[in-house]
Design a protein around this ligand. Sequence first.
Ligand code: 3H9
Length: 655
Amino acid sequence: MSSPVNYTLTDNIGVITIDSPPVNALSQAVRQGIMDALDVADSDGSKAVVILCDGRTFIAGADISEFGKPLKDPWLPEVVNRIEATDKPVIAAIHGTALGGGFEVALSAHYRCALASAKVGLPEVKLGLLPGAGGTQRTPRLAGIEAALQLMTSGVPIAAAQAMEVGLIDRLVDGDLYEGAMAWAQELVAAGAVPRRTSEQEIPAYDAAIFDAFRGTLAKRARGQIAPQRIVDCVEGAATLSFADGLALERSKFAELMDGEQSAALRHFFFAERQAAKIDGLSKDTPTRPVESVGVIGGGTMGGGIAMSFANAGIPVTLIEISDDALARGLSIIDRNYAGSVKRGKLSESAAAACRALISGATDYAALAEVDMAIEAVFEDPNLKKDIFAKLDAVCKQGAILATNTSYQDVDAIAAATQRPADVIGMHFFSPAHIMKLLEVVRGEKTADDVLATCMQLAKRIRKVPVVSRVCYGFIGNRMLQPYGQQSQLLLLEGATPEQVDGAMESWGMAMGPLRVFDLAGLDVGYKAREALSDEEKGDPASYRVPDLLVEAGRLGQKSGSGFYSYDEDRKPTPDPVVHEIIQTAAADLGIERRKISDEEIVERLIGALVDEGRKIIDEGIAQRSSDIDVVYVYGYGFPAWRGGPMYYGDSASL
Ligand code: 3H9
């Protein structure tokens, strides 16, 4: 088998080219190939060595599929040390994304250049790991302690220009990277440049208080996660130990994390996310339809957020409302959201203006005659939705995709309101739609394959993570939320308080406890939804007694200033004795004896409810695979990724 690493001597420069699609990950063959190439370069008369990659990117990291398996020589730390020890200048030339072990290869080179479009980063923390090939020791020597901590604990890659500012890259290359890197190598040779080893550099001055400050911030920002804290330990080691001892510390902490549950869960999640984009039985070559313009029906919070998601990806949107007033209201919410993005530094003023300019409004469906896709985002009234689809059927051009953003309704019944059910699909966004990453793509009985393939591809274009669901009440996510919510209500009646239930779930890792979520969504939403259900569909009456009583007492959640909690002007929740009383009275009426409930019981029953429903969803073929459910819960419902998702957790904890 030929090596994925090629070595040539061009003039007096040794060129190591890595070609291992799709992302040049550092598999054993790549590691060995680099070692072999360096052996040749040692003795072939080359005056300098350039390391670069073919394909779409520089090395994107260690090969994650090898993790958790027996180590195969040569080990990456050996490879990077070997690169650094080379006694002629080694230049890394970066395009695409130099990530993790890939960037550590670059850090062990003596000189680094990059295309301006390149990004570099150390995202190991997102896999529950730390940079384990010298990254924790070399980064602070080049960029200083603070920038190093920032880069590694966030895991967010930075642009080449920013990397140059902090000292991680020496030079930006215009035009062809190979030509630029070769010219620079010749310059270095002509100037008599020698190897400039990162390990030999001094760490720039720093304030020793920075380590504890980061530990404190991370304890809140990355609650429950071990890897960020270990990164701080290693960077502190870089500052206080010799390079060799720092490397040894890094190695032991890396091994500890690799063997731990959190990294195993996050590695599962890495592949789960990528797997979710694949549709069983649908070939990769399924044709897609062009989508260059979109109509959104309904200018409320959801419709506005959906419109922004498309505009932010450069796709023009026509927003439809029933009256000029409603349209003006909808557009003004969009204006406010863009102003908020500018204020928070998420978008520049000019970028926000350019996106906003792509959204126009209309009150006549005729404005949708030529759009490639129309997405209905009105409130959950099945008859209204069917009327809208009949109208879309009448005005939209042939081939247009007709999507509904319904959270619960029967997509097949909506499709039946048209003469073209094959063009109808569900696109279930999560609120706020311009921010939340999850998109449930609901495949109706008659949805055409090319419509499904188009929506999956489009999701990536608008920076969403798509997961396919078949049709059922609530699809994957909201269907599972029902038994989860019901358990939380039963726990209240049996003896817990809202703050205990939420506290237990948040300490366990959920972004927000269930009762705070219900208050955020509005208790009246569930109340109205229950009115449309049969007693059987509603389930155990005890499971909705308390929220019914709260709504009937005018406590609709955050929007009315009270629900399971009382809220101040900043929407900060405070436990409310009135709610405790409502719960106790309801329990007494239902003949439920209250008792002390442990936090462990709360977690076990709530997560158990999610897992049980998830298993039914798999058995019924609603979700394609259990890892898809994990993706839904992490991206849509604040489930901690470091626990792998509910199904992964349920299996590993034998729930
Ligand atoms: C590390 O480096 C540890 C070291 O510090 C120490 C070691 C001792 N390995 O995401 P995409 C696959 S930890 C194996 O859809 P994109 C991926 O599964 C690593 N496979 O493309 C997919 O396969 P498939 C630190 C990998 O263009 C295909 O490539 N590095 C790896 O949207 C395409 O991926 C990272 O965490 C990998 N490292 O995004 C970077 N990376 O087609 C992880 C990708 O069969 N990678 N694959 O489903 C990424 O962030 C993105 O893949 C990247 C491209 C931005 C590079």
